[in-house]
Design a protein around this ligand. Structure first.
Ligand code: ZN
Length: 133
């Protein structure tokens, strides 16, 4: 017996128990919903992570945040600031400036045996503030 097309309740025609056109639409919608939910969760996780940072990184571009966190993590595990290209300020030897990206630097206070991150400044802010001066 050749299979015959039937008309589903939705009005589409096709073979089998369910309408494959509607099923496909539903699957695509579910995928889109899933992707949206995942994106939302990622965004929430990203925002929640700022509360864990020892300094405020909220206003910085994403790639600067990521780089700054890796430097902070490095300093907390006793990586020498010189390994990140950090230098002491000439006019304040207790402040260490570490390049984060080409346009951002992190200022840390030398507390003897460890460094405390104080802030991340853009190149412009850095030049205006003359930090530690
Ligand atoms: Zn259908």
């Amino acid at each position: 017996m050749p299979r015959r097309k039937k008309t589903f309740l939705c009005g589409h025609q096709g073979y089998g128990q369910i309408c494959h056109r509607c099923d496909q639409t539903r699957t695509q919608r579910e995928k889109a919903d899933h992707a949206r939910a995942e994106k939302k969760q990622k965004k929430q996780e990203w925002e929640a992570a700022f509360a864990q940072d020892p300094i405020d990184l909220r206003d910085l571009p994403d790639h600067v945040v990521v780089k700054a966190r890796s430097i902070i993590a490095g300093l907390m595990t006793n990586t020498n600031y010189r390994d990140f290209g950090g230098k002491r300020l000439r006019h304040n030897r207790f402040i260490i400036s570490i390049p984060v990206t080409r346009n951002y630097r992190m200022l840390c206070r030398d507390c003897g045996s460890f460094l405390v991150p104080e802030e991340v400044l853009s190149h412009e802010e850095y030049n205006v503030c003359k930090p530690g001066g």
